[in-house]
Design a protein around this ligand. Structure first.
Ligand SMILES: [Zn+2]
Ligand SMILES: [Zn+2]
Length: 220
């Protein structure tokens, strides 16, 4: 589903899946492929929007929880896109991939990247893309922010009227609150989370940050 000329939203399809976003920029990016089982329907939905798998050049993840990265290899096979890993995702790989699998008593699915995200990856980005490190739900959470289109792909940091859990290995309530405080200062028209619906409109985004600070922070 097209949100703006440059951002497309493909909602999660149930348990152990996540919302997927396509960012059309200098290089087209797929963020969080989600569950492996979703790949065929994801590709069909993208094609309806005029996006072919091979149009995607890089696959990125907001953090390395299975519900976000499981489909990376499936989508890579169809698209030929490169899977990139952020330095914080390498540093905290053991927490997010191995220890979270243990936490759920599930087998570990290795996350295989082709390369690390280069420091200057977005230097020619027409959207003015930036990576914002926002730990708390996990130690390796990053967000993708466009100055020009004012969208924030925020993974599991904040949702509609809620936040990501902080009880998984690598989670921290104090760090999540700090991350949300920082994000709430940004100019955002589209808040694009890893689960549940998106939030559109600067006022609605502001209200959601305020709601979360007033009603959710005390329970973390
Ligand atoms: Zn997560
Ligand atoms: Zn998630």
């Amino acid at each position: 589903m097209k949100l703006t000329d440059n951002i497309y939203f493909y909602p999660e399809t149930g348990m152990l899946d996540a919302n997927t976003y396509v960012i059309k920029d200098e290089m087209n990016i797929l963020v969080d492929p989600g569950a492996s089982r979703k790949t065929p329907s994801l590709v069909r939905a993208m094609q309806k929007d005029g996006i072919k798998p091979e149009d995607i050049k890089i696959i990125l993840n907001t953090h390395l929880h299975l519900d976000h990265y499981e489909g990376c290899q499936d989508f890579k096979k169809l698209s030929g896109a490169r899977i990139l890993i952020h330095p914080k995702q390498e540093e905290f790989y053991d927490y997010s991939v191995n220890q979270v699998a243990q936490f759920f008593g599930m087998p570990v699915l290795e996350f295989k990247a082709d390369a690390q995200i280069e420091a200057d990856i977005f230097k020619n980005s027409p959207l003015g893309l930036e990576i914002v490190y926002a730990p708390g739900h996990s130690s390796d959470s990053i967000c993708f922010y466009s100055k020009k289109e004012k969208f924030l792909v925020c993974g599991d940091v904040i949702f509609q009227a809620n936040t990501g859990r902080v009880d998984f290995p690598g989670g921290s309530a104090a760090r999540l609150k700090q991350s949300i405080e920082e994000l709430s200062k940004m100019d955002i028209e589209y808040l694009l989370p890893g689960h549940m619906d998106i939030i559109a409109g600067a006022d609605n985004v502001k209200k959601n940050f305020q709601y979360v600070k007033n009603n959710v922070f005390e329970w973390l």
